[in-house]
Design a protein around this ligand. Structure first.
Ligand SMILES: NC(=O)c1ccc[n+]([C@@H]2O[C@H](COP(=O)([O-])OP(=O)(O)OC[C@H]3O[C@@H](n4cnc5c(N)ncnc54)[C@H](O)[C@@H]3O)[C@@H](O)[C@H]2O)c1
Length: 358
């Protein structure tokens, strides 16, 4: 069982998986937060670990997950490799608080196992769905009741060129990981995804939903809970899917997800239409620090149409995710993006993939 975290000292944190995303977002944010002391960096690439440990002045440098987890005094870990299951299981079994990047893992069966381990360990177990902690998204959910019963909901997410903001950052690339190790990781991931959607399932579409669009399934749940039914699904190839979900509202909720686009800007938006007013929220690019989400209330006062535009404060969803993680570690409580929440996304992703084939 996890010990109570003393509130008078920073949480000793390790990062397992120090690739692009850990470097772009997490490392920089952690360095700004007094709640955390970064004591461990672990990656399959010694080159990456050494370069980042020098940059961020971290003493604990590991290429072995087990050794990293045994680092003296380690309280919590961020898991930001791609194939999370085994690493999350090991961290939970050693009683560490876990923040794992989305998706929780690749197969609902793995997710159920991780929930059991997290419950047994009694630690904070949270999925890093940062959009749920975004100020603008929380303001949207706070204002939803003012709209009355939704007439129509639309969440759309069209892929942009994610590498564009990389020019802002000096990333350390791995060149020392043997090809066989990378192939073994891909084979494991493929096996997990096959277990989830079946031998004949569209694994490429499932992978796109998990890695690109699981945020969208998750924000739908953040607004309305579980769908009562999936009324229609249409996929084009492996990269585009449109689904119509029923949350018991007067009208349907549409998910429009496409990785077939290659925009030079970031394009992800939620629209909720009431009878006379409409709320829309645009998310900022996830690779740019302190980006502001933008909430717009469209209304009509009988004479003129009005748009109230609210820009979220600079404390973006990532920083707020870390602040919530610290809060749960210090004070207890169940994260809104719990492992059960992450599992529900996996189950919905499996169902959407299956239904897209029929
Ligand atoms: N929240 C978001 O918007 C968002 C955006 C992009 C990526 N992500 C998530 O971040 C995670 C990482 O993505 P990425 O693009 O940085 O991947 P990446 O391939 O650039 O980095 C992964 C790193 O993990 C290391 N690694 C692999 N297996 C390991 C192991 N067993 N032990 C230690 N290190 C290991 C690799 O060497 C690599 O450096 C994924 O889960 C992805 O879904 C989230």
């Amino acid at each position: 069982m996890a010990q109570d975290q003393p509130k008078d000292r920073p949480i000793k944190l390790g990062i397992i998986g120090c690739g692009a995303f850990a470097q772009l977002m997490h490392l920089r944010i952690i360095a700004d937060l007094p709640e955390f002391e970064l004591v461990v960096l672990c990656d399959s690439s010694a080159e990456v670990v050494d370069a980042l440990a020098e940059r961020y002045n971290v003493a604990g440098r590991y290429t072995s997950v087990d050794e990293a987890l045994d680092h003296p005094g380690l309280d919590a870990v961020l898991i930001a490799n791609r194939d999370h299951y085994e690493v999350v299981a090991a961290a939970l079994d050693k009683g560490k608080h876990v923040l794992v990047e989305k998706p929780l893992c690749l197969d609902p069966a793995e997710g159920r196992d991780l929930i059991e381990r997290a419950d047994a360990a009694g630690v904070v177990a949270m999925v890093g769905y940062m959009k749920r902690y975004d100020w603008g998204f929380q303001e949207l959910t706070r204002r939803l009741p003012e709209l009355g019963e939704p007439r129509l909901v639309r969440v759309h997410d069209f892929k942009s060129q994610f590498h564009i903001p990389w020019a802002l950052y000096d990333l350390v690339r791995r060149t020392d990981v043997p090809a066989a190790e990378k192939e073994a990781e891909m084979a494991r991931m493929r096996a997990s995804m096959t277990s989830a959607v079946g031998e004949d399932g569209n694994i490429d579409l499932y992978r796109i939903i998990l890695f690109f669009a699981s945020h969208d399934l998750n924000v739908m749940r953040g607004m309305f809970g579980e769908p009562l039914s999936i009324d229609a699904v249409r996929a084009n190839g492996n990269d585009t899917i449109v689904a119509m979900l029923d949350y018991g509202h007067r009208g349907p909720s549409l998910l429009e997800l496409s990785a077939a686009t290659d925009f030079g800007w970031f394009e992800e938006e939620i629209t909720v239409a009431g009878a006379t007013e409409m709320l829309s929220l645009r998310f900022p690019h996830p690779y740019v620090h302190y980006g502001q989400s933008e909430l717009t209330l469209h209304s009509h006062d009988g004479v003129a149409t009005r748009q109230e535009r609210v820009l979220a404060p600079y404390s973006d969803g990532f920083r707020r995710t870390w602040e919530h993680f610290a809060h749960y570690i210090y004070h207890g409580g169940q994260p809104i993006t719990s492992f059960r929440d992450g599992l529900a996304d996996l189950e919905l992703a499996v169902e959407l993939t299956r239904r897209s084939a029929s």
